[in-house]
Design a binder for this molecule. Sequence first.
Ligand SMILES: [Zn+2]
Length: 654
Amino acid sequence: MYRTLLFSILLLLFFLPATAQQTDGWVCKDTRRLAEAEAGHAQSLLNFRSSAFTENYDITYQRMEWTVDPATRYISGTVTTYFEPLTQPFPSIAFDMAGELDVLAVRYRGNELSTFSHLKAEDRLEILLEPFFQGNPGQIDSISVQYEGVPPTTGFGSFVQSSHQGIPIIWTLSEPYGAKDWWPCKMSLNDKIDSIDVQVTTPLPYRVASNGLLAAEIPNGDSTTTFHWRHRHPIVTYLIAIAVTEYEVFSDFVPVPDGPDIEVLNYVYAEDLDEAISRLDATVGIMEFFNQRFGLYPFADEKYGHAQFGFGGGMEHQTMSFMGGFSHSLQAHELAHQWFGDKVTLGSWQDIWLNEGFATYLDGLTYEAGLYPTDWRSWLAGKIASVTSRPDGSVFVYDTTNVARIFSGRLSYNKGAMLLHMLRWKLGDDDFFQAVRNYVDDPALAFGFARTADLQRHLEAQSGQKLDEFFNDWLYNEGYPSYTLQWTAGSDQVELTLFQQTSHPSVDFFEMPVPIRVSGQGQDTLLRLDHTRSGQQFVADLSFQPEAVQFDPDYRLISRDNVVEQVTRIGEPGWASAVRLYPNPVRSSLQVDWPEQLEDPVVQIFSPAGGQIRHLAPNRSPAVISVRDLPAGLYWLTIRSGRTRLSRSFAVIR
Ligand SMILES: [Zn+2]
């Protein structure tokens, strides 16, 4: 009841800003709007890092010269790629390029090549360089592809032509597999482009938002303008984007101690200008907070920005997030991605939680820091309710052909965020935040790519804790624990027995430090139980008489349906010596004896993982209980009578 009510309030809070979209939890990509176009290429996307035919060269630079009119769904342009061959000989170069686009010309070393083929069914442009190629590995070369066409739209809408209040707009959103829909590129999660120039020509009065700094705005004298955006940091292909419409422009500035202010450049619709001005300045405080926690904004020498677009959510395009609205969470989430996703980019779509789990968690940290009036505990309760709304599902993405699964709000966003929160609890604040800082600053990862193992390595190095079991249980396997806590008050101590059952058979026990708050006589203390097996008993000395016990009062753990029971006894009840379980070990039938005078006994059997598997109220002693259907293992049997209780273990053998 408490949890349900909290969750409803939380959903209400999230829904109130009309611009924030929901699926099963808050997401920056709205998976309800997914197109189904990926199916045809499913096999090639399984464990995708790059297309095999693009792996023989390294991109150093790209210049995109595009012409678009937001009123027409169409693109034309020239993409020039500077590359370093990684093999010798290097007879040909290939790009990912949708079959719907048409190549007009290929230029190489002053020659127009006719030796190319656009394999349209495979979305692949193959260019034979051989008669002209004179280069060597290590020597940078360049090639230009001129093209045009009506791009297909896949994923979340990789190339969208739409309108707002009757004003046309074109925007792009390439994540995960959509870049090739609108330009000849190398779709890669192992090769960033070291720098780019984006030059977009469009009719007046439209403006173009893109990555990096606006280097020039060139009137062409023919009622068109060319917007030249220049970005001088490594960038992954899927983060390159343009949005073109009638934009109003304004800036906020983020103060930096001992450095120049960072500009936050906002491109918004005229009809939303007032709202944008009043709401987007929240980014200033959020960026100051992230700068202090995770190191200076990675692209501080250029800018950060927002460009409004018509998508239900947001997209963290490097240095220029595209925004469907201006909610605090959306601002925090997309800004967080500039560190987690853009500076350090996932090395495989299997590891999407390294992008989305972090961005979701960093949004939560702004609530914890009080940058937004919503309660942090409600935020956590909402995430836990989302994660545990189903008993299954791993954070790690085994099927990267399924875009809806990659961007699952429940698993990649919310469970990913709660994994980070649990790691923080397990390691302690100091080690956790230092390890995350080490991860995002690691020269081998920064402005490059990371896998889950890279994060795990940093967490282990900083804390000295081995985390294989944690990642196996929480990331690669499925489900969550439910706890039963039985406690008994002593005069200045508390005795606790902690059982656990799991929601999914892939994990038989989640080994976790479990927080328990004990209070009484106006005092309280937080116990941290190192829970290593179900049925484990703990005794804690207190400076007060315990009166109440709370399980995980601060929402540190993913868990659900927890039960806290008070058992009034110290030690075993007086009738304990008369209880017998036999045979033990047992194969088929367990017999239980107890003294005849015991009133209304209740017998429960718990599995090795802690789940209750039998519950009976026998009317006489002995009770005979069949255990034929139980797998081998160590089980617990409890007998209760009134407020007394006795636990005994027995072994089932096969
Ligand atoms: Zn995101």
